[in-house]
Design a protein. Structure first.
Length: 142
């Protein structure tokens, strides 16, 4: 149905009980799709081998500098979002990579935190769009 956008993950329990699926705004739909693109590795989606990003390929390569990782992540995001999210015109992708301690006093767990800022224009409404989210890599988690 055009103009109806649904929250993912789908609540199948509500569907079984014949309740309506949770609907979301256009902005939220675009945001959740971009997050899905960013956290899907290339080749994981069997019907479209180009869906996703190469972030997973870099996930265990912690020897690369933060600047190299930042550039590689920004490039793979630009390519994949431009290819798979047709509801926006992509204007800018900014990525920052920082070390982050997720451990407790006795156990230190260092991970790289990837923060993503994507700016664009929603084609349907001609309004600015901003996606701002983050996740951890090494290994990937969010």
């Amino acid at each position: 149905m055009k103009g109806a956008y649904y929250k993912i993950p789908f609540d199948f329990e509500n569907l079984i009980e014949k309740k309506d699926a949770d609907k979301i705004s256009l902005d939220a739909s675009i945001s959740q799709h971009i997050f899905l693109i960013a956290t899907t590795s290339l080749g994981e989606c069997k019907y479209d081998e180009t869906y996703g990003t190469e972030i997973w390929e870099m996930d265990f390569d912690l020897m690369k500098s933060d600047n190299i990782l930042k550039e590689m992540i920004a490039e793979t995001l630009k390519t994949s979002v431009a290819m798979h999210e047709k509801r926006i015109r992509l204007e800018d992708v900014e990525v920052s990579v920082n070390d982050h301690n997720l451990g407790t006093l006795g156990k230190r767990r260092m991970k790289k935190k990837v923060a993503i800022l994507i700016k664009g224009l929603i084609l349907e409404t001609n309004r600015p769009f901003i996606f701002n989210n983050s996740f951890f890599v090494g290994p990937l988690s969010y």
